[in-house]
Design a protein around this ligand. Structure first.
Ligand code: NAG
Ligand code: NAG
Ligand code: NAG
Ligand code: NAG
Length: 276
């Protein structure tokens, strides 16, 4: 009995004093989170077989990559024939940069907790069976460069919060059941219709479909046959195309002469007064 107490005091001292204790706790927490995912997935090809929860951390597991502090930075499970659902505990992988789960048969919702993965660079959930909304919490992923959720069954609106992710380089929301307005401000000013193609009911300028209840896009101008004479002004240099500084043109007129350089400009751009 006495020895037992001595042992636990000793263990207690080791745990408290040891500088690696915190990273061990972290690693275990991350291992537990991933093991939780494993128990929630069907894995016919046994790609998760190495995910042994009795190991001190998940860093030796296949398809998992850690940094030097034994914290998980990548989960690579694309094309792995997995089905089942994700778990909220994935939000605990606080150093995760790559979550690659594309081309599986994973269903159910995208957990809101993925918005806690603030170091995430790439979230690839495309070609699965995800349903439900795109969580607005994903707008917190301020380092995200790749967000590919295409070819799922996601429904509801595109969260406005995503427009705050200025690091976003690749966005693919195509082939879902999204509806409502496609944002075109913030980071979304970069993206073209391809990112949003083949959804149920998206609207807004980028889709070419006005949203119900909102004013239509500026109507196309009535057809006017083009004038028979071409317009050299337009072609060779409105003011923005002039390379010669305006002050030089000014000077020439002030002194009642036109030098060669200026004449060239004037000659090709029509009436000089227009540009002064
Ligand atoms: C998803 O499941 C269906 C059958 O339910 C199967 O035919 C298909 O190959 C699976 N897809 C992937 C990517 O595993
Ligand atoms: C993780 O996300 C959920 C839902 O978005 C939130 O309620 C929770 O507080 C977050 N947890 C941490 C540790 O940030
Ligand atoms: C994504 O979905 C579209 C529409 O259903 C389909 O045409 C396309 O082949 C799918 N992409 C892939 C890579 O399967
Ligand atoms: C884009 O516009 C929406 C509302 O129209 C707003 O909620 C959102 O904050 C805007 N995004 C940025 C980055 O300004």
């Amino acid at each position: 009995m006495e020895r037992k107490v001595g042992n636990s005091v000793c263990l207690w001292l080791i745990l408290v004093a040891h500088p690696l204790w915190m990273t061990m706790v972290l690693a275990n927490m991350e291992g537990d989170a991933l093991h939780n995912l494993r128990t929630n997935l069907e894995d016919p090809n046994k790609v998760l077989q190495s995910w042994d929860p009795t190991l001190v951390n998940p860093c030796m597991w296949i398809h998992v990559t850690c940094n030097n502090e034994n914290s998980v930075i990548r989960v690579d499970l694309g094309n792995a024939a997995l089905s089942g659902q994700l778990v909220p505990q994935l939000g605990l992988l606080k150093n995760l940069q790559y979550l690659e789960l594309y081309s599986n048969n994973i269903s159910g919702p995208i957990p809101r907790e993925l918005g806690n993965l603030t170091t995430l660079v790439s979230l690839d959930l495309y070609l699965n069976s995800f349903s439900g909304p795109i969580p607005d919490t994903l707008g917190k992923l301020s380092k995200l460069r790749f967000l590919r959720l295409n070819n799922n069954s996601l429904a509801g609106p595109i969260p406005m919060s995503l427009t705050n992710i200025y690091s976003l380089q690749v966005l693919d929301l195509s082939n879902n059941r999204l509806s409502g307005v496609v944002p075109d401000n913030g980071s979304f000013s970069l993206f073209t219709p391809i990112s949003f193609a083949n959804n149920m009911n998206l609207c807004g300028p980028v889709t070419g479909r006005p949203c119900p209840g909102s004013p239509p896009f500026s109507p196309p101008p009535p057809f006017v046959p083009p004038p028979p004479i071409s317009i050299p002004d337009f072609k060779y240099g409105g003011p923005t195309h002039l390379k010669v500084p305006k002050c030089k043109v000014d000077m020439s007129y002030k002194h009642g002469r036109i030098d060669i350089g200026t004449r060239e400009v004037l000659g090709s751009s029509g009436s000089p007064k227009k540009h002064l």
